[in-house]
Design a protein around this ligand. Structure first.
Ligand code: BGP
Length: 472
């Protein structure tokens, strides 16, 4: 198969995406402090506990902390040209507000980036991926406090300087728009969601937006040639019916998501956001310095895409969808994964076009994939998983990426979520598997942690080798 018949441009970045708290383990090694994930043993759906408990699979995760070289070599075998990972803030500043960084933590990522370089893989680094240092939650109530901006600045300056020349692509906050739905996981906010005022929630979001713009400004100053992106959940919101009240309900729900990237790309709050704040009696503390900082806009927009949802203006039809933190009403025309996430490859083309038409900024799909239960079997004496369902899911989504590129959308790359099985963010399970590589670890913590190539491993290697021409 040659790569002539493909819409994917030369140099398109192909790879996979992970987060420190879901792969590394070593939660108390190398001088690392605790993060909020170390006290969230049941994921986003359940309340946090006081201190790490042995049932928390993230404490050991898949032991990337010790096995990174082996894992990156497997990614290289698939032909990855990019690997998305996050730096655990609490490895660098164990309490988040320490005066000096932790050298052992910094050295760990030197080694990881060294392995990437050895294989010609570009790291794509998320600065904050749902793993706020726990002390910042307990002492400051996370991003509700303006102090977090300065503490985040200290952290990003440290890693920018340390990894100069090793990392070109940076993302400021994972799924920044999820703070409105998951304030603890996304914003490190300790106040339980039911007790949190909208005033505090939007103030926290504002602090993150300012911090993100500040990180972008600093990167542009100290890392010439670097590229900084915002990262949002992209879930297209369709009207449940053609009734105009449903269309308006869908538009308003979409605004709540789009506000975050609108600020990142346009450098100021859009009118619809100001109206929402006014109508809800929210008076944000926005300083003149904040306004200036927000004008430091991103180089590209990155996003996760797992599903679309519907919205309705009719309260009687507002049924909650399963397992979806963003809310919305299930789409009666779409199938769903075993975890209730509705599968909509076409929605990826829709959202790529929407984002491109809106911002004319390069787009990067930095998460997409199918969480499914896998069965390890033997084929020809080799242990593997025959994951045709995963191949079908990824193939159909990538075909739609090709369609969007043909529509004229500028797409920089694609990193599937969880190229190697990892601990789920929403449910903290191992059994919700996304990988091309199977990891022998179970929900009860048993397993050898051995790695096995699934059928999708060879399939993805072909997709990369042919720059998408092998897609069916
Ligand atoms: C995104 C998060 C990831 C990841 C993914 C899949 O929202 O950025 O961290 O885990 O969703 O979700 P889950 O792990 O819950 O299946």
């Amino acid at each position: 198969m040659t790569s002539t018949n493909t819409p994917f441009p030369p140099g398109f970045l192909w790879g996979g995406a992970t987060a420190a708290n879901q792969i590394e383990g070593g939660y108390a090694e190398g001088g690392k402090g605790l993060s909020i994930q170390d006290v969230m043993p049941r994921g986003i759906m359940a309340p946090r506990v006081d201190r790490p408990t042995p049932d928390n699979l993230k404490l050991e995760a898949i032991d990337f902390y010790h096995r990174y070289a082996e894992d990156i070599a497997l990614f290289a075998e698939m032909g990855f040209t990019v690997f998305r990972l996050s730096i655990a803030w609490s490895r660098i500043f164990p309490n988040g507000d320490d005066a000096e960084p932790n050298e052992e933590g910094l050295a760990f990522y030197d080694r990881v980036f060294g392995e990437c370089a050895k294989h010609g893989i570009e790291p794509l680094v998320t600065l904050s991926h749902y793993e706020t240092p726990l002390n910042l939650t307990e002492k400051y109530n996370g991003w509700v406090s303006r102090d977090l901006i300065g503490l985040y600045e200290r952290y990003v300056r440290t890693v920018f300087e340390r990894y100069r020349g090793k990392v070109t692509y940076w993302l400021t906050f994972n799924e920044i728009n999820s703070v409105l739905h998951a304030p603890l996981m996304s914003g490190g906010i300790g106040t339980p969601k039911e007790q949190l005022s909208e005033q505090d929630l939007f103030q926290a979001a504002h602090h993150e937006l300012v911090a993100s713009a500040l990180a972008t400004r600093i990167a542009h100053e100290v890392l010439p040639g670097s590229q900084v992106g915002c990262m949002v959940i992209a879930a297209p919101i369709y009207p449940l019916t053609p009734d105009p009240t449903d269309v308006v309900a869908a538009m308003e729900a979409d605004h709540a998501n789009l506000m975050f990237s609108d600020v990142h790309v346009r450098g100021a709050y859009p009118g619809y956001a100001l109206r929402y704040l006014r109508d809800h009696g929210i008076e944000l503390d926005i300083t003149e310095a904040d306004r200036e900082l927000l004008t430091h806009t991103v180089d590209f927009v990155s996003f996760s895409y797992y599903m679309s949802v519907c919205e309705t203006g009719d309260p009687a039809k507002k049924i909650a969808g399963a397992g979806n933190i963003m809310g919305g009403v299930p789409n009666p025309t779409l199938p769903a994964s075993e975890w209730g996430w509705q599968i909509d490859p076409t929605g990826l083309r829709v959202v790529l076009n929407q984002f491109w038409d809106r911002w004319q900024k390069p787009l990067f799909i930095v998460e997409n994939g199918l969480g499914a239960k896998d069965e390890l079997v033997e084929v020809g004496g080799v242990k593997t998983v025959v994951d045709d369902y995963r191949i079908a899911y990824l193939n159909d989504h990538l075909v739609q990426v090709g369609q969007a590129i043909a529509d004229g959308v500028q797409v920089m790359g694609y990193t599937s979520w969880g190229p190697i099985d990892l601990v789920s963010a929403s449910t903290a399970q191992m059994s919700k598997r996304y990988g091309f590589i199977y990891v022998d670890r179970n929900d009860d913590g048993s397993g050898t942690l051995a790695r096995y190539r699934k059928k999708s491993f060879g399939w993805y290697a072909d997709v990369i080798r042919t720059n998408g021409a092998s897609l069916a």
